[in-house]
Design a protein around this ligand. Structure first.
Ligand code: HEC
Ligand code: HEC
Length: 455
């Protein structure tokens, strides 16, 4: 008798689980990256090629994966393909900062390479409308160097506590970081501007590159005509490859126009590797820095870095059928988070990768710049972005941060510890949403965070 029940029970359970998965898959937003979406919730969730790549493209992706992980070495002795690192650098591989393609945390040991870097400039703009480089230092602090050269400077961080008090008397203490450079190899100018940036996640970037310019501009409201206190606008950066201004998409201030330029800049600035787009060594005043004129990175290698960043699949949203998650999702809209974290859009035609074209995606970004207030400001303009403006970051995959990278450090320099702190840092155009969040009752706040965790 018992056995009969068992015989009946097992298929019913299997059927029930099957139905649940089926229902979940039908809830809007599960396929965060359209057909590129990956179904994996492990620490590898950010590391799979887009699900819909052709066999040839999937093979190219797997080859390129190796170079993203590759540690480069200084000098020209060891290995012809992977040498040329430095003389100045921040890290030795892409994945050193983008660990498992994920976000970095602010370093606990500032004397070790980390995923936090500091952009530099002085007052004024360069010939292309970008930040003006610092004599002797360039546009980024490289706090590591080869043996023949000095590191540019050491980084030093102090913190100021900021208290946020909720109507129900809950208190959260935020830590506001201040960045200082010490022991510089030559004098730093008095009007030095610094912009701290933490390494962000790699999945889905190709889809953002495939958005048409019109789609991005749909949400622009530069003069806040609808009077909601939010005035998103696009950044336009300089494309070295095309020799013209183009809409900016990448980086925390959307100053970079394509994944090829972002990769080329990372190679040159973060690792000291010259390439076709940025052929000059990144040392600006070091006496032992010799430029041999040979490009450290071949054209083919640059294509590989680019292709890899374009084709990492986005992990699916999870638990979308859960009632708490659904409540959180409603609240996300009710309190106006969706005004900048635009839930959905459709990609246009990607110039080279068909799998990225015409996908309905759920990135939760408008790709636009917003004034986020004084406390988040770096006071360092970057093309059209002012010192207070930041690009709304995508939220897809964000709920897997803990699983993939063992931390939930958020915002442009990783200052927020967890989702609630991230929300509490929203000021400027984001202040209405933050105030509305603080006014929610505890269970509503928990539902909203549950929703973020499901992305
Ligand atoms: C020293 C740490 C570091 C290294 C090494 C590094 N990155 Fe990054 N990466 C960052 C930071 C910080 C940002 C954000 C930059 C900004 O805001 O301008 C970033 C941003 C990016 C982005 C844009 C992400 C977005 O959401 O807009 C891409 C693509 C990228 N990196 C690719 C690479 C590639 C390819 C390599 C290796 C060639 C690499 N990175 C090496 C720290 C690093
Ligand atoms: C005015 C536009 C705007 C509104 C409204 C807004 N955000 Fe943001 N959000 C941003 C910007 C811009 C950033 C990045 C700021 C920075 O890094 O300094 C950000 C960052 C975040 C981050 C951290 C992302 C990361 O990768 O580090 C989370 C989480 C987030 N927002 C959630 C929310 C939630 C929840 C709400 C509603 C309570 C909300 N946001 C409302 C613009 C907005």
């Amino acid at each position: 008798m018992k056995n009969i029940y068992l015989f009946l029970a097992i298929p019913i359970i299997i059927l029930a689980i099957g139905c649940k998965k089926e229902m979940e898959a039908n809830v809007e937003g599960v396929f965060s990256g359209g057909a590129t979406t990956i179904f994996d919730e492990t620490s590898n969730a950010y590391t799979f090629p887009s699900n819909n790549l052709s066999t040839v493209d999937a093979d190219t992706h797997i080859e390129a994966d190796a170079i993203f992980e590759q540690k480069f070495v200084t000098g020209e002795i060891f290995n012809k393909d992977f040498d040329g690192l430095g003389p100045q650098f921040n890290h030795v591989s892409c994945s050193g900062c983008h660990l498992r393609n994920g976000r970095a945390a602010p370093p606990t040991n500032l004397n070790e390479p980390s995923g936090l870097l500091i952009r530099l400039s002085i007052d004024g703009i360069d010939d292309y409308g970008g930040p003006l480089a610092v004599p002797g230092f360039g546009g980024q602090l490289q706090n590591f160097s080869d043996m023949a050269n000095d590191r540019e400077a050491d980084l030093f961080i102090t913190y100021l506590p900021i208290q946020e008090i909720f109507p129900d008397q809950k208190v959260v203490t935020l830590s506001k970081p201040f960045y200082k450079l010490t022991n510089s190899y030559m004098n730093l100018p008095l009007n030095l501007k610094t912009s701290p940036r933490i390494a962000s996640i790699i999945p889905g970037l190709g889809l953002l590159e495939a958005l048409s310019e019109e789609t991005i501009l749909e949400y622009v409201d530069e003069f806040d005509k609808n009077k909601d206190g939010i005035s998103g606008r696009a950044n336009y950066g300089w494309s070295v490859e095309y020799g013209k201004k183009m809409i900016g998409r990448f980086g925390w201030k959307a100053a970079t126009t394509s994944l090829k330029e972002q990769s080329a800049a990372a190679l040159n600035q973060d690792m000291g590797l010259t390439n076709s787009i940025f052929p000059e060594e990144n040392c600006k005043g070091q006496t032992n820095c010799v430029d041999d004129g040979v490009k450290d990175i071949s054209l083919e290698q640059l294509e590989q870095f680019t292709f890899y960043c374009q084709t990492v699949g986005v992990p699916a949203a999870r638990n979308q059928g859960d009632s708490m998650v659904q409540r959180g999702k409603r609240l996300f809209t009710q309190i106006g988070c969706d005004k900048c974290h635009r839930p959905s859009m459709k990609t246009g035609i990607h110039p080279s990768i068909q799998a990225l074209s015409n996908q309905v995606i759920f990135p939760y970004t408008d790709m636009l710049l917003h004034d986020m207030g004084e406390d988040l400001a770096d006071n360092r303009p970057d093309f059209l972005a002012t010192g207070k403006e930041w690009r709304t970051p995508p939220l897809w995959g964000i709920g897997l941060s803990q699983v993939v990278n063992n931390h939930i450090r958020l915002m442009h320099d990783g200052r927020a510890n967890g989702f609630e702190e991230a929300i509490l840092w929203h000021n400027g155009e984001g202040v209405t949403a933050k105030k509305a969040y603080k006014l929610l009752i505890k269970s509503e706040r928990e539902s909203l965070i549950k929703f973020l965790e499901s992305l």
